[in-house]
Design a protein around this ligand. Structure first.
Ligand code: ATP
Ligand code: MG
Length: 360
């Protein structure tokens, strides 16, 4: 009866945290749900470069260069600063800690699929099946009607245990762990884009991931470790300057035509941006060979796409419409926040998608 009462007067039904432990910054959002409406209650992030790194050997393997304890402290600090009080959390698993593969299976029942997948993915994954957890998605075909195409994500158990420990140390109740590609798609491929074939390009700090979605369903995913960090590194090496100065040049000037130091920086960035572009084109080509279709639109996500001039650079290389991701569009929030949110929007996709998952 109490639940019905809540529904009638529209009190929020549930509230949850979505936390993206990225390699450049940790982003947290607190989202509540009122009927079909998702409401942004709070958001905050902490730039990891502001936190002192542990000495070599001390950091836990695979998750960026901090110990679990430090990551938990960073999360606690974000939650404190942004006044988030929820204890339930959904975390993402970074693309660079996951293995993706697509497999084709003959007709079979739902119950048979997990066992068969375990066997089929063996050759593609450099770890024993006993050390991984599998998540999968049917991307084509219907169970017991046609053959199936399945996108499989394998996550090392060691990584899962690390995230469990981080949640525990931060005093949070970990509800779900999800590969970040699923969360990102949920948050940024919305509205009429869910009817289209969309190329979703996430360029973060350590890794970039290129996805193709059809009618909101993930069909293809390809990830590699060239992204914002490497672009700043190239500038630092080429101009023989400190990393932070290089990062500043990248973020403020980017690919807009400059002179002197700026022109040098741009010259250093171009080969890496071109590398990413080529990977996008190759992924689209693979998709075309498989499915005979081209993405109708390209959505750019991740902090690196904020680089001045990057969107125009993409526009000059692709015939499709190019948009910068805005995951806040799927949420309700005070209008006064609008312009501030737009500035950071492309890097919040994963965190927002995680919270929505927890509320679904
Ligand atoms: N205005 C800007 N111009 C260019 N790059 C930017 C800008 N703002 C942020 N970045 C870059 O975006 C990157 C951070 O993006 P994001 O927050 O998506 O990464 P992350 O999720 O922490 O990393 P990863 O997903 O690789 O683990 C950094 O390399 C940062 O320098
Ligand atoms: Mg990221």
């Amino acid at each position: 009866m109490f639940d019905n009462f809540k529904k009638l007067i529209g009190i929020r039904q549930k509230i949850i945290l979505g936390i993206d432990v990225g390699s450049a910054s940790i982003k947290a959002v607190e989202i509540s749900r009122k009927n079909q409406n998702f409401i942004l209650e709070n958001y905050g992030e902490l730039d990891c470069s502001l936190v002192k790194k542990p000495s070599i050997g001390e950091a836990d393997k695979n998750i960026i260069s901090f110990t679990n304890k430090q990551l938990a402290e960073i999360i606690k600090a974000i939650l404190r600063e942004s006044e988030m009080r929820s204890k339930e959390v959904v975390f993402s698993i970074p693309d660079f800690s996951s293995f993706f593969t697509t497999i084709k299976l003959p007709i079979m029942s739902q119950e048979e699929i997990p066992e068969v997948i375990k066997y089929e993915v063996k050759p593609y994954i450099p770890l024993p099946v006993s050390e991984i957890t599998l998540d999968w998605l049917i991307t084509e075909g219907e169970i017991s009607k046609t053959s199936l195409k399945i996108l499989v994500v394998a996550i090392p158990n060691e990584i899962i245990d690390q995230y469990k420990e981080i949640a525990f140390l931060a005093g949070l109740d970990l509800k779900i762990l999800e590969p970040e590609v699923f969360s990102l798609s949920r948050a940024v491929v919305i509205g009429e884009d869910r009817e289209k074939t969309v190329g979703l390009v996430d360029i973060g700090a350590r890794s970039a991931t290129i996805n193709v979605l059809e009618k909101g369903m993930l069909k293809m995913s390809h990830s590699f470790n060239v992204a914002g960090n490497e672009i700043a590194d190239a500038i630092a090496r080429s101009l023989n300057i400190e990393y932070n100065e290089a990062r500043g040049l990248k973020e403020k000037q980017g690919l807009t035509i400059g002179t002197g130091k700026n022109a040098e920086a741009e010259k250093a960035m171009i080969p890496l941006v071109n590398f990413i572009l080529e990977e996008v084109k190759n992924t689209f080509r693979d998709f075309y060979e498989d499915e005979g279709k081209k993405p109708q639109k390209i959505i750019l996500a991740g902090g690196t796409v904020l680089m001045p001039g990057l969107k125009d650079y993409f526009s000059s290389e692709f015939e499709q419409e190019i948009a910068i991701a805005n995951p806040f569009l799927g949420l309700s929030y005070p209008t006064a926040l609008g312009s501030a949110l737009k500035q950071t929007a492309p890097s919040y996709g994963v965190a927002i998608g995680l919270a929505i998952k927890g509320l679904e």
